[in-house]
Design a protein around this ligand. Structure first.
Ligand code: BGC
Length: 349
């Protein structure tokens, strides 16, 4: 069968190749991949900056944002042929640490976790894969291929859970939310903010095209301005770009008692002169909180699944701006400036 692979840390090594059928030892449920999304992490991996091959292999099968259909499942597994499923990206470390033991692998403490398509575990950009039932999540069949948006939604479901838990450390009545970046993560974070009944502002650089339209489709406000002009002293900022200047600015612009959640992974090597004394004084005297948030556990997959089922279908459809067959995979790694989510298709549904 065909798979899209890379040699981690080797730029330009992405390719389409023939690999073995999935090893039965890798799980009792056989899944046919329908589509896989491409995200910033995949681009980092294909540009040689991130990623780890499985032990004993030089290559890694890419892809962690998947939607597939069950081809075979044992009785009693909870799955039947034809179910739409998403593979959970991170798998617990083998020790396991106390978080992984409690099913919270997203907070793994010893770094020995593995991630499909990213860290030491082959990903979903292959025609078929196998997984254990507990590593799969059933998706509303009504979503069809749009289920490919589930994994990025889990990331923001976790971010929102973090924000809400921290905010509720005291009596809290948040109103205004600022989201930085109208990419897939930013848009999905905005969607969940709107579903929670909050006033949501999204900033990005573009002044035309699909991004402003998508933001207004969910009743949020789009701004091609800086943070200060978009909304002053918001209660919540979800930073979805990882752009160092924006990350720091978010910690300065957050309102009293507010929460900044950082979800974008930035590269090292960005330094700046800051008045740490002033910055610290402001954070302390105004009870401001900053939290980093990565990955997602089963609870977040469930929350994400519910959020997608309730989302306007047209919004989800329009988020997918490009869809290419796996044979044209190279096109998927050349994001246009107007692209939101690009997906690679492996099978028709
Ligand atoms: C994925 C997460 C993963 C993170 C770090 C993100 O792109 O969506 O599941 O934990 O990268 O590897």
């Amino acid at each position: 069968m065909k798979a899209i692979t890379v040699t981690p840390l080797v730029e330009g090594s992405v390719g389409l190749e023939d690999i073995e059928e999935p090893d039965p030892a890798s799980g009792s449920v056989l899944v046919q991949t329908v589509a896989v999304g491409v995200c910033g992490t995949d681009i980092e991996i294909t540009s040689g900056q991130y990623g780890w091959a499985p032990s004993g292999s030089k290559k890694l099968v890419l892809g962690h944002e998947s939607i597939g259909r069950v081809l075979e499942a044992p009785e009693g597994s909870g799955f039947v042929k034809g179910d739409f499923v998403v593979g959970i990206v991170r798998r617990p470390d083998p020790m396991p640490c106390y978080s992984c033991a409690a099913g919270e692998w997203d907070n793994c403490h010893n770094g020995m976790y593995v991630e499909h398509g990213i860290k030491e575990l082959d990903g979903f950009m292959r025609e078929r894969y196998r997984a254990d039932a507990n590593a799969l999540v059933k998706v509303d069949p009504g979503l069809g291929k749009l289920g490919v948006l589930l994994e990025p939604t889990t990331i923001v479901a976790k971010a929102w859970e973090d924000v809400t838990r921290i905010g509720n450390r005291s009596h809290w009545e948040p109103k205004a939310v600022l989201i930085t970046g109208a990419g897939p993560v930013g848009l999905l974070a905005a969607l969940l903010g709107r579903q929670a009944g909050l006033e949501v502002h999204v900033i990005d650089q573009v002044t035309s095209g699909i991004k402003p339209e998508l933001v207004s489709m969910i009743g949020a406000v789009y701004h091609a301005t800086d943070m200060k002009e978009a909304v002053s002293s918001p209660d919540i900022i979800i930073e979805c770009t990882g752009v160092p200047a924006l990350v720091f600015e978010a910690t300065q612009q957050i309102g009293t008692g507010g929460v900044v959640c950082l979800t974008g992974v930035s590269s090292a090597g960005h330094t700046t002169d800051i008045d740490v004394g002033l910055w610290n004084r402001d954070l302390v005297l105004s009870n401001k909180a900053i939290v980093g948030s990565v990955n997602a556990n089963k609870r977040h997959y469930e929350a994400a699944s519910e959020a997608l089922s309730k989302a306007p279908r047209e919004f989800l459809e329009k988020m997918i701006t490009k869809s290419v067959p796996f044979t044209d995979y190279q096109e998927a790694f050349n994001h246009g400036t107007q692209d939101v989510k690009v997906i690679i298709e492996f099978a028709d549904i």
